[in-house]
Design a protein around this ligand. Structure first.
Ligand code: ZN
Length: 453
């Protein structure tokens, strides 16, 4: 190294930095990014002199790791507000599943693009997606610049050939995309749930996942009636069944986990299973309230998810952070449960751990990839800031996010998306949603009141 200035691609200056690596918050900090990685983070006065192509003025802003959405079905944005305030079975069987049967790859592509735009605009830099046509999700991720864990969905629902076909497709996706796009994409296999996949199929999925060295992403113990049916059928809980067939392991990501016994929680802790907690969806579908405090007390790693935009109806992780803690406080009737700092950890570093990505992202530290968001703190609802974590969880909104960087690339600056044409995507997504409705059965259309703009 010469005595001249150090080279960086991007320098962010004069911002408060929430590193989420166990250190304190840095005031008047500086972050240097080169080749997609963080090469310096610390006080600006102590920083070496950097030369850079781009300087971002962070004064009045808070830099933090990009938010990580551990469980969603991005393309379901096309179903936003399509069938509201319905009982889960009616919602699924009479509206969502018939519509999904009409989905074309292009619908998934535009639905996912729409969600990617929404996620960038609300500070999510990485999402874990479970759906069909995950190659279309990969395409949307490639174009928008986000980071993603694809989980090609596998569902059997009594049709053996369908389960095997979807597993073959999922294996293909894993071979093609795992660690693709400079590490921005990784893959897990996505068996839908225990009530929609046989144990035989789940064993086969587990074998394939081990061969491919990828994780598994599943819905677990989401509904009381399905959990009871499983118990009546097998004489065991969902978690015990997964344990029997060797699926409880560190790279199992289990979404929801509402109906768990103490023994289930102990088993999950013993096998280091990861959990995705989706408070808004759990409330909206009246599924129930998971015992997150018990899981955390047992040292289970819990990340946060929005679930699909049709059961939320937003992908704003700030929203999810706030509900995540409020719902737990009510569950335990104790305002000390899930303090704000822990919630921010769940949305960043713990989310990265849940997705097996904590060596790459989840905190702002040297040698990690630069997935960083800047929040504009000069807002009435964010003034004054006595406790930064509380401000982020209880007061901030997705729309306070000003700048988004993923893998060292600026995806949004001053709220303008740089990688894709936001307005074009909104228009196309609206067209696709309309077209899907016109192709759907009359029985479905009768259940939908279309607001036409
Ligand atoms: Zn889900």
């Amino acid at each position: 190294m010469s005595m001249s200035q150090l080279r960086a691609d991007i320098i962010i200056r004069k911002c408060a930095i929430l590193t989420m690596n166990g250190r304190d918050i840095i005031k008047r900090g500086l972050i240097a990014i080169k080749d997609g990685s963080i090469i310096y983070v610390g006080r600006e006065v102590k920083a070496p002199q950097f030369e850079a192509d781009k300087f971002i003025d962070g004064s009045g802003k808070i830099a933090m790791p990009g938010l990580i959405n551990c469980h969603t079905h991005a393309a379901m944005s096309l179903f936003r507000s399509i069938a509201e305030d319905k009982e889960l079975t009616t919602w699924l069987r009479e509206v969502i599943w018939p519509l999904e049967s009409k989905l074309k790859p292009e619908d998934v592509y535009y639905g996912t693009l729409l969600s990617c735009v929404e996620m960038i605009k609300s500070g999510t830099t990485c999402f874990s997606d479970m759906y069909f046509y995950e190659d279309m999700v990969a395409k949307a991720v490639a174009e928008t610049g986000l980071r993603c864990v694809l989980s090609p969905g596998i569902i059997e629902a009594g049709q053996k050939f369908l389960g095997r076909l979807l597993l073959r497709k999922a294996v293909k996706i894993a071979r093609k995309y795992h660690k693709d796009l400079g590490g921005r994409i990784s893959v897990m296999l996505g068996p839908h749930a225990l009530y929609s996949c046989s144990l035989q199929l789940l064993k086969k999925i587990n074998e394939e996942a081990e061969n491919l060295n990828v994780g598994i992403h599943i819905h677990l113990a989401e509904s009381e009636s399905d959990s009871t049916n499983i118990k009546n059928l097998y004489g065991k809980s969902e978690v015990e069944l997964l344990n029997d067939i060797g699926l409880l392991k560190p790279n199992l990501l289990a979404a929801h986990c509402i109906y768990l016994s103490d023994r289930d929680i102990a088993l999950m802790a013993e096998h280091d299973v990861k959990v995705a907690y989706n408070p808004v969806s759990n409330m909206k579908l009246a599924s129930g309230i998971p015992k997150i405090k018990d899981l955390l007390d047992a040292d289970v790693i819990v990340g946060l998810g929005t679930d699909g935009p049709a059961s939320n109806n937003s992908l704003d992780m700030f929203d999810t952070m706030k509900f995540a803690t409020l719902l737990q406080k009510i569950k335990y009737r104790d305002p000390r449960v899930l303090p704000a700092k822990k919630v921010v950890e769940m949305a960043t570093i713990d989310g990265a751990r849940a997705l097996g990505l904590s060596n790459l992202v989840g905190s702002i530290e040297v040698n990690k990839r630069a997935d960083i968001i800047l929040i504009d703190a000069k807002k009435p609802h964010l003034t004054p800031i006595h406790d930064l974590y509380a401000t982020l969880v209880y007061s901030a909104r997705g729309s306070d996010v000003n700048t988004v960087i993923v893998n060292g690339k600026v995806l949004m600056e001053d709220r303008n998306i740089k990688t894709v044409n936001e307005y074009e995507i909104l228009k196309k997504a609206e067209e696709k949603a309309q077209d899907l409705l016109s192709r759907s059965d009359a029985s479905v259309r009768r259940l939908i009141k279309k607001f036409l703009t």
